[in-house]
Design a protein around this ligand. Sequence first.
Ligand code: ADP
Length: 488
Amino acid sequence: MFEIKVLFVTSEIAPLIKTGGLADVSGALPVALREIDIDVRVLIPGYPKVMAQLGPNEVVARFLEIPGFPPSRLIFSIMESGVPLLVLDCPSLYARDGGPYADANGNDWVDNSIRFGLLSKVAAILGSEESPLSWQPDLVHGNDWQTGLTGAYLSVAKGAVPNVVTIHNLAFQGNFPPKNVQLLHLPPQSFQPDGMEFYGNMSFLKAGIFYAYHITTVSPNYAREIQGEALGFGLQGLLHARRNDVTGILNGIDTDEWNPETDKHLPHHFSVAKMSGKALNKQALQSRMGLDINPEVPLLGVVSRLTHQKGLDLLLEIAQSLLDLPVQLVILGSGEPQMQNTANELALRYPGKVAAMIGFDEGLSHLIEAGIDLFIMPSRFEPCGLNQFYSQRYGTPPIVHSTGGLADSVVDCTPDTLKNGTASGFVFSGMTTENLYTTIVRAIDLYRDQRKWKALRKNCMSKDFTWKTSALAYRDVYLKVLGRTEYE
Ligand code: ADP
């Protein structure tokens, strides 16, 4: 029997619509929460991709007159994972070609404040007396800036339930000109430093943090980091002031989607007990990407947005010296044009040794995780990160910068950690090309020692990455916010 009812609000959800890690979390966490008796229902905008993939559905509400917003309606459906979905259908805001946040050229939709203002507003309506639904949540759980105004709307709603906000990346804040306060019919008193005012603009994320009963973020280390100047993106003061209400909960992963024994994207399956399939995937990857077929050479890989945050400029800078070594490199990613060009140029200059695929390719990302030997993730900051989990699960030790969730989820390989069975990758501190280079060389050295290498791979693959632990931690937050110590 369900004990807590939660409206989970998100701007993307796998497998329906995905631009990054938020979609993975939104697809998997509600499933894990439902398994521990929390009745989670997900509210998501009705982008074309979402509408096109809906199973049997029914219209459950029509919002004809929300001041400041075009008419919209709510459609109820159930995802394949079993999670109930409330789709906010508003064709004038969401029915467009392009991504959830930007058009096909990467330019943000000019009316994003209205698009995600409506999402926040409807979340608040569903969490108040005004809700047209018979199902009423005990709390609203929003994610990132796109849901940030929910708490501000709830603060003036009748019969409002409490709300929680999860920060997946503080760098994206949803800051807009102040006229939006009026346009979005927000309480005028909310536009002040003790509210949503942020350096003269109105900020969705600041509102989210200010008005939430509790704030979570996606790793304990990142929860600490965002309270300091270096990674606080201007919100460190507020986050520090609210530190007793900030909790870091490490993400899990979808262990069905990312299972080397059953992964539908892999030509060969493997497990910790039977690793031969991994070598065959390496061969398949080399062949597909036009790399020399060579089982011995250490194959390094990247799957990432190609942005400053991900630190891949460092890798591209050292690529030439790295490629003097007997290694291969495969890059899958898209993002900043300059990084894309450099990756393409490397592939042209080193045929058979470097392969680059610019774009987003879910299937290939699985084959890369399975087929490579070392995954490279030198993020400057990383709230949680997912690929370091995927690679560990696929017996591919990650090389990571010691930041955010990477520091919480990868244990550096040293003689001690290898001996006590905790080593699960290679971690470097200090974001310099030299540190990255020496760490890659250290990893390659270990790769040459097959006995140690196998022990390291086994550690990686034996770790528990399920959502269960995280779901229990979210339940604790919900109980705290609801003022309950245990189920009543
Ligand atoms: P972020 O959300 O900051 O982009 P995460 O590591 O948390 O980074 O999650 C990124 C997710 O997107 C992972 O599931 C990763 O595999 C996927 N991903 C990123 N770039 C690509 C790409 N070019 N092709 C396929 N999947 C990608």
